[in-house]
Design a protein around this ligand. Structure first.
Ligand code: ADP
Ligand code: MG
Length: 590
């Protein structure tokens, strides 16, 4: 038998019982792998004391035990969905497990909490062969600093493996639910894939339910309060075909410039937010399972106070007071309009296909400059080319669409291809009406701005980002779910609105660390460097970005990764010859 070399789970039990009452540091002795008849337990990392971050363990269940159906494993999309399903079941079991008492984090069972989206996560990995791997944190129990050996034996030799055993049984007993989960995700993926070919940037199936429980709860609003979308207006209705659900009718948002208009509180932002999330697949019952957006749809917003490192914003911003160069815009505290311009250029830098904007989070002077203001402040004194003068051009010349909420400015009627009015949470097609009004009431504003030009490319100066703390150790910590401590600096990522789980932030930090450690080559620009990282993840799996087998990472897009990079305050850039591009003196004193 080839397995005789590895100790068994019973050996581990014996070791732990023997450690009863010993000093906590002796837990280190259990690091290693232990076999049971049906699975393997790996103790990868042992915490130094009961108050430290819990120890990390993995449970591996081979395919002949896991017995997941072949259709759940043989395709990457279905596999992601099946892994997500098993993860949720396991999470449910572990969070209901009574907690062992003890000092500090004794008895903690940490497994990543999944949200409404179906993401690849390292908490539960399912491979092509159907092997299952659970990764979690376990707080090894102590009384003070003394080992509670019997309790630890119960946790590691029973509770943890049993949780996965029970989860696999539960999955086997609920094949119908697994199938629905997998089919829902496969359908969403197929719908998304059809968009471009149909000339669409988004699809919202009839009957979708968009509003959420609350601003801090992404689950659907209670059925008795929420109003589902009725039949899409005829002018926008399309029928797409899903492999499992069949033909689906809904509202298609065509490529081009789309306005979402309507009175306050009628559901404009709710629709846009659903479109933002449409780059992800959702769990059955979410209400947005059949709301899909092209993969490269990027929400951009204004975020005054953010830092910017050498982004070329000259398509939006001309001469700045103080001599700051917009082609290499540096700021430790960007304004509303310059931060929004930077967000757009950074999105385009890594291939955004569609920009999503909401008036609620946009800088007013970035969105519009009307005729009266044009008269008062001459173009030569206003550095900003408003987005209204760029949106149409972006689509015609760059192939980049825009979907934007603008309840407040009819000046956009001149550049809109599609106009959707939200009334009582229901969409209407008002493009013809808007066009007629635009003819009847010309705005008399003048089109501003030089023609769009290709932005300057930029590379990253890897040594400008130091992920190490004062003691030279790599440090990545999440603060409040929206901030990351990377090395010695705290980075505010709350402006990246398409991040749906904190685990994505952690994963991006590690992806960047990996990139800085060799992949951000001197002659590559930001897009090439980040694409190389994404490609590696795609081929080797998300876990590749972390040197240790951790279970707290979730998948992200290149767009969020670029946005993360752009918000690192120490970030410096270089030109493609490798020379550092220094910020002007003014940007440095900011
Ligand atoms: P707007 O951007 O048009 O001002 P919002 O999209 O912010 O409006 O929506 C206003 C409120 O209505 C929010 O509390 C939102 O959750 C709720 N809401 C949006 N859509 C629906 C719906 N279909 N059914 C019930 N409530 C909704
Ligand atoms: Mg709104």
């Amino acid at each position: 038998m080839p397995t005789t070399e590895k100790p068994t789970l019973e050996t581990l039990r014996g070791m732990l019982v023997a450690l009863e009452g010993q000093g906590y540091s002796r837990y280190k002795e259990i690091k290693g792998g232990y076999l049971a008849a049906d699975l393997e337990l790996l103790v990868d990392y042992v915490q130094g004391d009961p108050f430290a971050r819990p120890s990390r363990v993995r449970v591996l269940v081979p395919n002949h035990v896991a017995k997941l159906p072949e259709w759940a494993c043989d395709d990457p999309v279905r596999r992601r969905a099946a892994a997500d399903f098993v993860h949720r079941v396991t999470y449910g079991i572990l969070t209901q497990t009574p907690r062992v008492r003890g000092s500090g984090r004794s008895g903690d069972l940490d497994v990543l909490r999944p949200g409404q989206q179906v993401l690849e996560r390292t908490a539960l990995i399912l491979d092509e062969a159907g092997d299952v791997e659970l990764r979690m944190g376990v707080g090894l129990p102590a009384d003070g600093r003394r080992i509670l050996g019997a309790e630890a034996a119960g946790l590691l030799c029973e509770t943890v493996p049993d949780a996965l055993r029970r989860a696999m049984n539960e999955v086997a007993a609920s094949v119908a639910a697994l199938r629905r989960h997998v089919q829902t995700v496969a359908d969403a993926d197929a719908l998304r894939t059809q968009l471009s070919g149909r000339g669409l940037v988004a699809f919202v199936a009839d009957g979708s339910l968009l509003p959420r429980s609350s601003g801090i709860d992404d689950s659907p609003l209670r059925a008795d309060r929420a109003r589902a979308l009725r039949a899409a207006p005829d002018g926008l209705a399309v029928t797409l075909s899903a492999p499992n659900a069949g033909l689906l009718r809904g509202m298609g948002i065509p490529a081009g410039v789309t306005l979402i208009v309507g009175g306050g509180y009628h559901g404009k932002s709710t629709l846009l937010r659903a479109l933002e999330r449409g780059v992800y697949d959702h769990v059955p019952g979410d209400g947005r399972e059949r709301v899909v957006t092209v993969r490269g749809a990027v929400k951009v917003r204004s975020e005054d106070g953010r830092s910017v490192a050498g982004t070329d914003i000259s398509n939006f911003i001309g001469e700045l007071p103080g001599g700051e160069r917009p082609e290499r815009f540096h700021s430790a505290s960007a304004s509303g309009s310059t931060s929004q311009a930077a967000a757009i250029m950074e999105a385009l830098e890594v291939g955004a296909e569609c920009l999503l904007l909401d008036e609620d989070t946009s800088a007013a002077n970035f969105m519009i400059r009307d005729a009266r203001m044009q008269r008062l402040i001459a173009a030569r004194d206003e550095p900003i080319t408003a987005f209204v003068d760029r949106a149409g051009e972006l689509h015609r010349q760059q192939g980049v669409s825009t979907v934007m909420v603008v309840g407040g400015s009819g000046d956009y009627f001149d550049v809109a291809d599609t106009v959707i009015a939200m009334t009582d949470y229901q969409p209407r097609d008002v493009a013809a009406e808007a066009r007629a009004i635009a003819r009847e009431l010309p705005t008399s504003r003048t089109r501003e701005g030089r023609p769009w030009h290709a932005p300057a490319r930029r590379g990253v100066l890897p040594e400008s980002v130091d992920p190490r703390d004062g003691r030279g150790r790599i440090q990545v910590r999440l603060h409040s779910g929206r901030r990351v401590l990377l090395g010695a600096q705290e980075i505010d990522l709350s402006g990246i609105e398409q991040v749906v789980e904190p685990a994505q932030l952690r994963a991006m930090a590690w992806a960047l660390i990996r990139g800085l450690g060799g992949r951000l080559l001197p002659n590559t620009d930001v897009a090439e460097a980040l694409t190389a990282i994404m490609r590696e993840i795609e081929t080797a799996g998300l876990a590749v970005i972390h040197p240790e087998p951790v279970g707290d990472l979730a998948a992200f897009r290149i767009h969020e990764l670029a946005a993360f990079l752009g918000r690192i305050r120490t970030l410096e850039i270089r030109d493609l010859a490798g020379t550092r591009v220094a910020p002007s003196a003014r940007a440095q004193d900011d």
